[in-house]
Ligand binder design. Structure first.
Ligand code: SF4
Length: 279
C-alpha cells in the first residue's frame, strides 16, 4: 500500500488525476491527511463513500509507533518511536514560557561521527521517509495536553538533516504550508553540522531558518570533534552563513557545546566573537 503521508500535495494531485478524479479531490485529501491529521478514510466525511472505498484499496495512512515517553520535571517529553523496519528514533517536546518546540530526528543513526555524540557512535542506518518526519509531528501532537499547541519545530534530533535533503525540504515546506501544519517559516529551524553545498541549496530553496553546530574556533580542534570539518572547514561554513544572513529575512543559530579544556578557553571566546561578526 502507498502511504499518503509520504506524499506532498503535488504527489496527491498526480495520483488523484491518474485515478480519473477531479483535481479538487487532491486538495480535500491533502487537508484531511495533514491539516486535520486523520488516519482513517472513514473520517473524511465530505468525500463520497465509493471514493473513500476506492482510496482504501490503494492507499493507507501510516504513522510511527511511540514505544516510550519520558517526562522530565520541567515538562520536557522525550519519546522513543519504532519505524516499520524496527529502527528506532527519538524526538523531544520542549516547553518554554511562550513556545512549545518539537525536536525532530531526520535519520536513523548518523554517518558524520561527531566525537561528542551518541548517535554518531552508533553509525548510520538510513534516511527517514517523509511519513516518518511528519509522523513525529503527529505523535507529538497526540502527547499534548488540551491547552497546549505546538509552536516551533527544529530538526536537531538524530542524524544530519541536510544529508536527507529532499525529504527534509518537503517536510519544511509542509510544516509552513497553511493547508498542512501552518507554522510560520521563522518557527522552523534545520540544524546542520556544516554541509556547505547543501546549506547553499537550502538557502535558495527554503525560507526556514538554519542552525549550525560549530563547537570549535580552530580547524585543528573542529577536525578532531567533527570529522566533517576536514571536508568543509570553518571558513567555508562561516562564508556560507554570511551569505545566508545576507538574505535578510532569516535567523541563523550557532550551536556550541562547551567541552572543558577542549574548546572553552578565553582565546576561543575571542576567536568566536571575531568569527561571528556579520553572521
Ligand atoms: S551530525 Fe548531529 S547526529 Fe550526526 S554525529 Fe554529529 S552531532 Fe551526532
Amino acid at each position: 500500500m502507498k502511504n499518503l503521508r509520504d506524499m506532498t500535495y503535488e504527489d496527491m494531485l498526480a495520483e488523484i488525476t491518474a485515478l480519473g478524479e477531479k483535481p479538487y479531490r487532491a486538495k480535500q485529501l491533502y487537508a484531511w491527511v495533514y491539516k486535520r491529521g486523520v488516519d482513517s478514510f472513514d473520517a473524511m466525511t465530505d468525500m463520497s463513500i465509493p471514493f473513500r472505498e476506492k482510496l482504501k484499496d490503494i492507499y493507507d495512512i501510516r504513522g510511527i509507533k511511540v514505544l516510550d515517553v519520558k517526562t522530565a520535571a520541567d515538562g520536557t517529553r522525550k519519546f522513543l518511536s519504532e519505524l516499520d523496519d524496527a529502527n528506532r528514533i527519538e524526538s523531544v517536546l520542549i516547553p518554554e514560557t511562550s513556545r512549545l518546540t518539537l525536536c525532530v530526528s531526520a535519520q536513523a543513526g548518523c554517518a558524520l561521527g561527531c566525537r561528542f555524540c551518541m548517535t554518531g557512535a552508533g553509525g548510520f542506518m538510513r534516511n527517514l521517509r517523509l511519513s516518518e518526519l511528519v509522523g513525529q509531528v503527529f505523535a507529538a501532537k497526540s502527547l499534548l495536553d488540551p491547552d497546549e499547541r505546538l509552536t516551533n519545530v527544529v530538526l536537531m534530533g538524530m542524524g544530519e538533516p541536510l544529508s536527507n535533503y529532499d525529504n527534509v525540504l518537503k517536510f519544511t515546506k509542509m510544516l509552513t504550508d497553511g493547508q498542512a501544519f501552518g507554522l510560520s517559516h521563522n518557527k522552523v529551524t534545520v540544524s546542520t553540522a556544516g554541509l556547505v553545498p547543501a546549506m547553499e541549496r537550502f538557502m535558495e530553496e527554503s525560507n526556514c531558518s538554519l542552525a549550525v553546530s560549530l563547537n570549535a574556533t580552530t580547524d585543528e580542534v573542529r577536525d578532531r570533534l567533527m570529522p566533517i570539518n576536514k571536508k568543509y572547514p570553518i571558513d567555508e561554513v562561516i562564508t556560507a552563513l554570511r551569505a545566508f544572513q545576507g538574505t535578510g529575512k532569516r535567523h541563523v543559530t550557532i550551536e556550541y557545546v562547551m567541552l572543558r579544556d577542549v574548546n572553552d578557553s578565553l582565546d576561543d571566546g575571542r576567536r568566536l566573537a571575531l568569527m561571528l561578526r556579520g553572521v
